[in-house]
Design a protein around this ligand. Structure first.
Ligand code: SAM
Length: 305
């Protein structure tokens, strides 16, 4: 990846630049290919036009900013904000290396507190896979509204993880009801999922990544004042590509989740590790395990009057 790697204890940078692909280059390329489709869709709904100023919230490694400038032939200003200093540094190095540095500004800001950005100063606010991690989500929508010029566009794409947590909850209930007696894998899978997603109703409600659904994003945008809103919730059920066992267990589904390798090392006995590996590894390496993505795309406009 351009821009240089960061050795970091920053959870966001570590996940985006390393843990998302477990250091597996082929896996990284496949993920980036997938992510670029979400990015294009977010940019399509942002109504790009030469001369505009676009603000990307939670800009991460700078991919969306880079692509926006590519699509506009450099005829735009892009403001990148993020809470992660290492990611902002990485994005800056990448954009400078691509010759896009003069067109970019970088601010270390949380999405719900955009104090360094003037009101009514940008033409589009974009964000991809960020608001899912923001606790004060209503404040983030209010800030996006504030910084947009009247008529400006909001375009976001967010993963919706609630179903994963519901699955973890259901697995915990089956184990509690004695399901492990018929299927010794069940308690292991339940512990694995519960380590990555909250597995209680209280935990789901209290955790930012699981306490919202796609419609909540729409209602939050509406409450912030946005109009001409369009929500599309896409559930794609496919088959996972073949991947090495090391890469499979080395990745985690989101930046705040431990990898399966970490969970096994920390919570499983040697016998449990062997049981899970024997059951899963052949299917992981052959490819074809079911894989479901749930992405909410939302766009709207700050009214002109
Ligand atoms: C899953 S990554 C997505 C990065 C990028 N938007 C992309 O599409 O690749 C989540 C990003 O959100 C940032 N982030 C986390 N909490 C945030 C907050 N409260 N405000 C702004 N950004 C935040 C992280 O630093 C990270 O860059």
């Amino acid at each position: 990846m351009a821009g240089g790697e960061v050795g970091t204890d920053d959870v966001w940078a570590r996940w985006l630049l390393t843990d998302r692909h477990a250091g597996d280059e082929a896996y990284r390329a496949a993920i980036e290919d997938e992510v670029s489709r979400y990015t294009e869709r977010v940019l399509d709904a942002a109504e790009l036009r030469p001369g505009m100023t676009l603000l990307d919230l939670g800009a991460g490694d700078g991919s969306l900013a880079l692509r926006a400038l590519e699509r506009l032939g450099g005829e735009a200003e892009v403001v990148l904000t993020d809470v992660s200093a290492p990611l902002l540094a990485h994005a800056k190095a990448r954009l400078v290396a691509a010759g896009r540095g003069p067109r970019c500004r970088f601010h270390r800001l949380a999405a719900d507190r955009l104090g360094g950005i003037d009101s009514a100063s940008v033409d589009a606010v974009t964000s991809r896979a960020v608001l899912a991690y923001v606790g004060p989500r209503a404040a983030a929508f209010a800030e996006a509204f504030r910084v947009l010029r009247p008529g400006g566009r909001l375009s976001i794409a967010e993963p919706v993880f609630r179903d994963e947590a519901e699955l973890a909850l259901a697995l915990a209930a089956r184990v509690a009801a004695g399901g492990g007696a018929q299927d010794p894998l069940l308690p292991l899978i339940a512990r694995w999922k519960a380590a990555q997603f909250p597995a209680t109703a209280e935990g789901i409600a209290a955790t930012p990544i699981t306490n919202f659904g796609e419609r909540d994003l729409l209602y939050l945008a509406q409450a912030a004042g946005f109009t001409d809103l369009h929500l599309a919730f896409c559930i794609d059920v496919g088959r996972a590509r073949p991947v090495s066992w090391a890469s499979y267990i080395g990745t985690s589904p989101h930046p705040l989740a431990p990898s399966l390798a970490m969970i096994m090392a920390r919570d499983f006995s040697a016998g449990e590790r062997a049981l899970l590996e024997a059951a899963l590894r052949p299917a992981v390496e052959a490819g074809g395990l079911p894989q479901t993505d749930r992405i909410a795309y939302l766009n709207g406009r700050r009214p002109t009057a």
